[in-house]
Design a binder for this molecule. Sequence first.
Ligand SMILES: O=C1O[C@H](COP(=O)(O)O)[C@@H](O)[C@H](O)[C@H]1O
Length: 258
Amino acid sequence: MATTGKNKNKNKNVHVFESEEALSVSLAKYAADLSENFAKQKGSFTVVLTGGSLIKSLRQLVEAPYIDSIDWSKWHVFWADERVVPKNHPDSNYLLAYDAFLSKVPIPSGNVYAINDALSAEAAADDYETCIKHLVHNGIISVSEATGFPKFDLMLLGMGPDGHVASLFPGHPLVQEKKKWITFIKESPKPPPERITFTFPVINSSANIALVVAGAGKAHPVHVTLGNGEDSHVLPVQMVLPEGELTWLLDKDAASKL
Ligand SMILES: O=C1O[C@H](COP(=O)(O)O)[C@@H](O)[C@H](O)[C@H]1O
């Protein structure tokens, strides 16, 4: 049974589950409900993934009833961050998602927007931004009336034990980027060093963000963001403040300091 609550700002929901398995079940229902609503409303559903442990938590989406009930043809899949490595490299966020999720569902291959792994970090970021601009122009991706940045229907974000989201790390100047949609980092504190990442203006223009966090190793940044914990940095996860709904899905270990 989940503990549920509205937290501080009115668009923020916090759900705490007894186990990561229960979190995974709830995440599947949450994503399936949004998929149905957006597919009805606008004929497409734009979903942004990250890498890391989030992908394992998507496992219930590829099981009954969701595998059969979701209209996967409406899904368009993006990455909030990607490591600049070949798509078949074990560090690739694309490969992780492909093996555990994308290879198991009938999303049209043309609707899966991986980065161009033949380019440098800088060129791959520009290329991905151009790809997203094209899809905004075609009406697949909405635009925020408030910010003019792309407005994804659902962004599924993991969080590192240091409070990083996507490839936006504590104390790094990229967290302050205000103009670019996509940027790059060549000295990521977490390997591999070269990555591309969505910027906060894009992340925070989302219609829905789920922060999916499990494990005691993540209790500190959760405490800082949702409780009264402190850190020497403003953590990137604290800067996730979308114009739409923010939903935290936590297991009880991640929530243990709240
Ligand atoms: O390096 C990354 O780390 C974060 C968090 O990963 P986790 O394994 O601690 O859940 C992930 O969200 C990001 O996409 C990835 O590139």
